[in-house]
Design a protein around this ligand. Structure first.
Ligand SMILES: Cc1cc2nc3c(=O)[nH]c(=O)nc-3n(C[C@H](O)[C@H](O)[C@H](O)COP(=O)(O)OP(=O)(O)OC[C@H]3O[C@@H](n4cnc5c(N)ncnc54)[C@H](O)[C@@H]3O)c2cc1C
Length: 613
């Protein structure tokens, strides 16, 4: 590589966290010459907080990332130490895979994937500036002044922008314990006219497992039959490790109450908003004052370490209080604290400044993804990274952009929520955010998305072949249950009864039992038959809504020029500038009558005669 080539790329990704690695891999896999620049090559895909991937709604996102050719699912399958299907006793829309990760093994595996990827260069650099020309990004500047040139740049800087960590009264600069803060970037973004706001998040203490009395805890094993995340993983081969459960006590709560005056969240030292659904222990004790205890999951951080993560007691209390608190917890009386908990405050960029492609409205070719957009969670970050990487590569190649809608994927819900509604607290995914969750199941993400990945070119040959083979298998299974009859009814009719399972159907037909069908295929067809009524209803609803939803609003549309629109609607729509009528309808405070007026103008094409803003 000549020295000129060394600094000239099609796409530059800044930050190799969960968003950055997926962005860079997707871009490179689309044949785009890509650089991944990050503060330290030793922290690629580091889990800043809990050593786990997936969970409710997040597990579905990992499956979707996998179905589109992303890497998170394969890496956790290879390095996970405990696998569980959450909510398996509930309906199929709620089933959510989750795995404990071997934190270091996960990082090494992901770094290995990045290093092996053709068209991708991983470099250790601290990025300090963004280069633009006439509203178009042209590259970035790193510490020392060197410029990397590229027509597309994706920022995935996580919790590192002007980051301040808090433990009690003590504060220090850094996006993660032991790491630095990124200063230049906030200023660079403000100079380009972006708005920034502040959020906070926190993490609990880690303790040495040798000093835990597990006999006082409840053991929590993994599933006997662990299910992989990736559609390409046949089976989880490795052994599983146990987690353990303990809980806080009234003594712990009394100690926290007595020390609230030293908790940065309550002294006013931290003013920014944190994740409401993932509160610190001091927050739980205050908000749920009538509860006598809160659960604590003791989660191993890996196979080759005795470090345990105390899930449930994230805190920014001072060290001496954390010390006393930990030792009041059953099983942790003699625990040796390896790392204390802390909170971190950081800048994020309100995501209403983005198009649905993740490209910023203000600077062409500049994309934002991950926690920088006000989200929280590895999975949400990885999903955004994947979509930003795909879109940046498509744009550089002059191809059409790729946007998923709310009926296709949780990823569609995520991006739509971010760009239309914005965030007033760190955003995480919940199943309740998706209108069509019966369609967006973890078991069918490949059938929803892999064909799109094949068309785009993000999916490798192996995945495309495996998907086509699976489709054939599903079609054979469906044909067999439609054609085979038992006591006057088809097997499909039998399977529609909630009490009849695939195993029952196999007993009714030896031919069906003899068919070489995978367990996944049987379960998949069983679910689709049993829930066919719901699925049809949701599909009909989508078809009806899509007619209006997908009507595009021209970029130059002058909302202020519609006198019939209420002032609030004119102001909000003018500020957020939704790209479709569907997005406009989801902006908070917009009413059906606002949409009816908007539709009238769009249909009549009056917008073209309006004076522009
Ligand atoms: C203390 C703490 C507690 C957390 N608690 C939770 C929690 O309870 N639940 C939860 O879901 N999530 C939690 N998170 C958030 C979770 O870690 C993030 O959601 C996720 O890691 C975001 O991924 P990302 O890729 O956007 O950013 P990150 O994983 O933060 O990665 C950002 C990357 O960018 C690099 N970088 C930043 N700036 C620059 C620069 N200028 N130049 C070069 N490289 C740069 C960094 O080195 C890093 O590698 C917590 C994070 C922290 C730090």
């Amino acid at each position: 590589m000549s020295s000129r080539d060394h600094y000239h790329f099609d796409v530059v990704v800044v930050g190799a966290g969960h968003a950055g690695v997926e962005a860079a891999l997707a871009s490179a896999r689309l044949g785009t010459k890509t650089a991944l620049l990050t503060m330290s090559c030793d922290t690629v895909a580091q889990m800043s907080c809990n050593p786990a991937i997936g969970g409710v709604a997040k597990g579905q996102i990992v499956r979707e990332i996998d179905a589109l050719g992303g890497e998170m699912g394969r890496v956790i399958d290879a390095t996970g130490i405990q696998f569980r299907m959450l909510n398996s006793g509930k309906g199929p829309a709620m089933h959510s895979p989750r795995a404990q990760a071997d934190k270091k093994a996960y990082q090494f595996e992901m770094k290995w994937k990045v290093e092996q990827q053709e068209n991708l260069s991983l470099r250790q650099e601290l990025v300090e500036g963004i280069e633009t020309h006439h509203g178009q990004v042209t590259g970035i500047r790193v510490a020392g002044g060197t410029v990397y040139h590229a027509p597309a740049v994706i920022l995935t800087t996580g919790t590192f922008l002007k980051a301040i960590m808090h433990t009690g009264e003590t504060t220090s600069e850094g996006g993660r314990a032991g790491e630095q803060s990124a200063h230049g970037m906030s200023g660079a973004l403000l100079n380009l006219g972006f708005q920034l706001q502040r959020f906070k998040t926190g993490t609990p203490a880690r303790i040495n497992g040798r000093t835990i009395d597990f006999s006082k805890c409840v053991t929590q094993p993994g599933d006997e039959d662990p299910q992989p995340f990736s559609y390409l993983t046949e089976q989880i081969e490795q052994s599983q490790m146990d987690c353990h459960l303990t809980e806080t006590t009234p003594e712990v709560h009394a100690l926290i109450q007595a020390n609230l005056s030293r908790a940065p969240m309550y002294t006013g030292q931290i003013e920014s908003t944190g994740p409401r659904y993932c509160p610190s222990i001091e927050d739980k004790v205050v908000r749920f004052a009538d509860k006598g205890s809160h659960q604590i999951f003791l989660e191993p951080e890996g196979r080759n370490t005795l470090e345990y993560y105390c899930n449930g007691i994230s805190t920014s209390l001072p060290r001496d209080v954390q010390d006393r608190m930990i030792h009041l917890i059953p099983g942790l009386e003699n625990a040796d604290i390896m790392r204390f908990g802390y909170a971190v405050e950081y800048d994020f960029a309100p995501p209403t400044q983005l198009h649905a492609t993740m490209e910023t409205r203000r600077v062409a070719g500049l994309y934002f993804a991950g926690q920088l957009n006000g989200t929280t969670g590895y999975e949400e970050a990885a999903g955004q990274g994947l979509l930003a990487g795909i879109n940046a590569a498509l744009k550089v190649a002059g191809r059409d952009s790729f946007v998923l809608d709310r009926s296709q994927a949780y990823l569609g819900v995520l991006i739509d929520d971010l760009v239309t509604k914005g965030v007033d607290e760190p955003y995480r995914m919940f199943t309740s955010r998706a209108e069509y969750r019966m369609l967006l199941r973890q078991d069918n993400a490949d059938r929803r998305l892999t064909p799109l990945g094949i068309d785009l070119g993000t999916v490798c040959h192996e995945r495309a072949k495996s998907f086509r083979d699976y489709e054939k298998q599903v079609n054979r299974a469906r044909a067999a249950i439609t054609a085979t009859r038992y006591q006057g009814n088809s097997l499909e009719e039998w399977l529609r009864r909630p009490e009849i399972t695939w195993t029952d159907a196999e007993k009714m037909s030896p031919e069906l039992a003899a068919m070489p069908l995978s367990r996944r295929c049987k379960r998949h067809v069983e679910v689709e038959v049993q829930y066919a009524g719901y699925i049809r209803r949701q599909e009909a609803e989508i078809a009806k809504l899509q007619k209006v939803d997908n009507v595009r609003i021209p970029e130059s549309f002058n909302f202020a020029g519609i006198p019939q629109l209420r002032y609030e609607a004119r102001e909000k729509l003018g500020r957020i500038r939704p790209e479709t009528v569907g997005r406009a309808s989801r902006v908070s405070g917009i009413t059906p009558s606002d949409i009816a007026i908007l539709m009238m103008y769009l249909k009549a094409g009056e917008y073209s005669q309006q004076p522009s803003d």
